[in-house]
Design a protein around this ligand. Structure first.
Ligand SMILES: [Zn+2]
Length: 254
C-alpha cells in the first residue's frame, strides 16, 4: 500500500467559512485576525487492486485553469481517470469541492470513472443543511451524473476498505481504515484533522459534538498506537502522515 499526500495549499478560514489562500512566504498571520490556519490535503492510496482518493479538497484551480488536485495526482504518477473510489469523510466544502470542477460554464465530474462513497445521512443532511459549508449545486450535479455508493453505519465495502460512522464533526461524519497485509492506514477526517489534536486534549467549537470528537480522538490514538496505524491528517501542517506512540497515557505522533 502506498500513500501520497496531495497538498492543495495552506488557507486561512474565519467565521465566514471561506478558505482564503495563505502563502507563508509572503502573507502574515497577524493580517488575518480571528482566523484558523490549515492545510488542505486529500490523499491518494494505491492498493493492490484499486486506486483510492480520500476526500477531494476545495477544488481550486491553478492559473492555467487546471484543477490543483488533478495536477497533484499526475505528479504522483497517476491519472485522475484511474481513480476507482473516492472516499468522503463528510461533505463540507473544503472536503467536497474537488468532487467536481468547472470547465467553462459547465460542471464536470473530476473522477468520471470512480465510485463516490458517501455516508447516507451526510448526503441527505447536505441538501437540507443551511450552513454555508454545504454547496448543494455540487450534490445536485453528482446525483445526476456520478456513480454513488451510499453506506450506512459502519462496515466494509471491499475486503480492504472499512468505514466507521462517527458523527462528532458533523452528525454523519465517517472515518476510513484501509488494510492490506499487515499494513493499516487510517483516515480520521475532521475528527482527527491534525496530529496536534492527539497531543492536546480539548473540545473544538467547530465540531457538531465537540466532546464526542475529543473522546473519539483518544480512542483512535489508543488503537493507532496498539495496531501500528499510519494516520493521515487532512489539515495537518507539521506533518500529513504519522504513527502514534503512547507513553504513560500521552500520545506522540512520529
Ligand atoms: Zn475540514
Amino acid at each position: 500500500m502506498q500513500v501520497f499526500t496531495l497538498n492543495e495549499g495552506t488557507y486561512s478560514v474565519n467565521a465566514t467559512k471561506k478558505f482564503v489562500p495563505f502563502n507563508p512566504e509572503t502573507d502574515q498571520f497577524k493580517d488575518r485576525p480571528g482566523s484558523l490556519f490549515v492545510n488542505v490535503q486529500p490523499f491518494l492510496v494505491q492498493l493492490k487492486d484499486s486506486l483510492v482518493l480520500i476526500d477531494t479538497g476545495l477544488g481550486y484551480s491553478d492559473a492555467e485553469g487546471n484543477l490543483i488536485l488533478h495536477n497533484n495526482i499526475r505528479k504522483a504518477g497517476f491519472d485522475p481517470d484511474d481513480i476507482d473510489y473516492v472516499l468522503m469523510s463528510h461533505l463540507h466544502f473544503d472536503h467536497s469541492g474537488g468532487m467536481v470542477h468547472h470547465v467553462g460554464d459547465s460542471m464536470e465530474l473530476s473522477f468520471p470513472h470512480a465510485t463516490y462513497v458517501i455516508q447516507r445521512g451526510e448526503w441527505e443532511g447536505a441538501f437540507t443543511n443551511t450552513s454555508s459549508s454545504y454547496h448543494t449545486d455540487i450534490f445536485d450535479f453528482l446525483q445526476r451524473n456520478a456513480q454513488l455508493l451510499f453506506v450506512e453505519d459502519s462496515g466494509d465495502f471491499t475486503p480492504e476498505i472499512s468505514y466507521e460512522l462517527t458523527g462528532a464533526h458533523t452528525p454523519f461524519h465517517q472515518t476510513f481504515l484501509l488494510t492490506e497485509g499487515s499494513e493499516k492506514v487510517f483516515f480520521g477526517g475532521d475528527v482527527l484533522p491534525e496530529p496536534e489534536e492527539l497531543v492536546k486534549k480539548f473540545i473544538a467549537k467547530y465540531d457538531f459534538d465537540g466532546r464526542k470528537a475529543m473522546e473519539l480522538r483518544e480512542e483512535y490514538g489508543i488503537k493507532a498506537a496498539a495496531e501500528n496505524w499510519t494516520c493521515l491528517f487532512y489539515h495537518g501542517k507539521s506533518k500529513s502522515t504519522g504513527k502514534v506512540e503512547r507513553i504513560d497515557g500521552a500520545f506522540k505522533v512520529i
